[in-house]
Design a protein around this ligand. Structure first.
Ligand code: NZQ
Ligand code: ZN
Length: 386
């Protein structure tokens, strides 16, 4: 295990009715920028509840609405302008990962003299940020408890992750009932996303026994509760377990001391950057093909361990057979239990003409991953997923 620092200062208020904690925002000043997406929080009544609490606490609320899935730099810029023009003290995101990510870069951009895109492509430029709060409405990215944000500039087909300890939310409200209205498609994609975060941490060559067991627990939680939430959207236990899993998959617990560079995420971010697809769907499509590519003499023991500990496969079975069956179980789970379209064609990527350029960028983003990936390797993974 390598040395590491673990510091997650986000206060989590978990459970029904915990939105009342928004009154605590007065600790950061009096002017709030409320950031939200295309309207789901209004339809679910969360907007009215939040506004009531914020107003009762004496806070002045400004609004940035319409944040897109795969949030755009243009939305970030609008938010930064609002902050600078109105002397905003803090940002409050209510929504999924896109809304929270947008709010994070707005918080950084508000304290930066220059274009917010600079902070996306160069995290070292993030020297200050307004305090960030969130109310999570979709269990997926873990943005509610992590330091990262992913922003797109679709005019350049660029989608990059950035991050800073300053982007760690000060407080997040996790009320599982707020995810009852999440569609089957987004429930499935969110489950695949948190599983992918876990895979990116689990498939490492650096020994971390405890971290691996944490990973297996998160994966088993997703495998148990993802299909239940998909079929019974108002099942509280399923929504609650998925919500907590989303935060723990990426808050640093699973990879502390044994992390390697992520690789399926850089590949998927290129698909989103060029085709604006849903992040979790792209990950589910690519993951089994990446696993097949990564399976080799040096990695078979890890895939065997995955099969036995996560999919309950026979520990006495031939290790190669167990490893291959574990990959097949992963693919079947996404397809048959979560009903995710499992080819690139099905999500609208109908030609291969961007594979080279996407692979070139993804190869740069995944240097140092569990199994080395060249541009050609990534093209072959895209082709297998086509
Ligand atoms: O915009 P609204 O109307 O709110 O609708 C959203 C959106 O259409 C809807 N939704 C959210 N909560 C809902 C709901 N619909 C009904 N009921 C609710 N309670 O769901 C749609 C998707 O929302 P979005 O925020 O885009 O989804 P997600 O949370 O999966 O976020 C995806 C983004 O996060 C990035 C992805 O790349 C992508 O841009 N990621 C962020 C990470 C991070 N910050 O650490 C890591 C991840 O790996 C990921 O890359
Ligand atoms: Zn992800």
């Amino acid at each position: 295990m390598y040395n590491f620092t673990f510091n997650v200062p986000t206060r989590i208020n978990f459970g029904k009715g915990q939105i009342s904690h928004l009154s605590e925002l007065t600790e950061s000043g009096s002017k709030v920028l409320l950031v939200y997406g295309g309207g789901s929080i209004k339809r679910a009544g969360i907007y009215d509840t939040a506004m009531g609490i914020l107003k009762d606490a004496g806070l002045e609320v400004f609004e940035l609405s319409g944040v897109e899935p795969n949030p755009r730099i243009e939305s970030v810029r609008r938010g930064v302008e609002l902050c600078k023009a109105n002397g905003i003290d803090m940002v409050l995101a209510i929504g999924g990962g896109s809304t929270i990510d947008c709010a994070k870069v707005v918080a950084g951009g508000a304290c930066y003299n220059g274009d917010a895109w600079d902070l996306v492509i160069d995290p070292t430029k993030i020297k200050a940020a307004l305090p960030i709060y969130s109310v999570l409405t979709l269990a997926a990215t873990g943005s509610e408890m992590d330091t990262f944000a992913v922003i797109s500039d679709m005019t350049k087909n660029e989608k990059w992750g950035t991050g800073s300890p300053l982007f760690q939310p000060k407080m997040s409200v996790l009320d599982p009932t707020y995810t009852f209205t999440v569609s089957q498609k987004q429930t499935a994609a969110g489950t695949a996303d948190m599983m992918s975060h876990t895979f990116e941490n689990y498939f490492t060559s650096v020994e971390g026994f405890l971290q691996a067991r944490f990973c297996e627990a998160v994966l088993k939680t997703c495998i148990k509760y993802g299909p239940i939430a998909y079929n019974e959207p108002e099942n509280y236990e399923a929504r609650a377990n998925l919500m907590w899993a989303s935060s723990w998959a990426i808050n640093g617990t699973l990879n502390g001391g044994c992390g390697v560079a992520w690789c399926v995420h850089p590949m998927e971010h290129e698909l989103s950057a060029f085709y604006d697809i849903t992040h979790g769907q792209g990950l589910a499509i690519l993951t089994p093909h990446w696993m097949e590519f990564a399976l080799r003499d040096e990695t078979v023991d890890k895939f065997y361990e995955y099969g036995v500990n996560v999919w309950n496969l026979d520990p006495n079975g031939d290790k190669w057979a167990v490893a291959k069956e574990a990959i097949a179980c992963t693919s079947r789970f996404f397809k048959e239990e979560l009903h995710i379209p499992m080819t690139l064609r099905e999500v609208g990527i109908t030609t291969q003409d961007k594979f080279d350029i996407m692979a070139e960028k993804a190869a740069k983003g995944s240097v140092g991953s569990y199994v080395p990936l060249t541009r050609e390797d990534i093209v072959s993974i895209f082709k297998a997923a086509f």
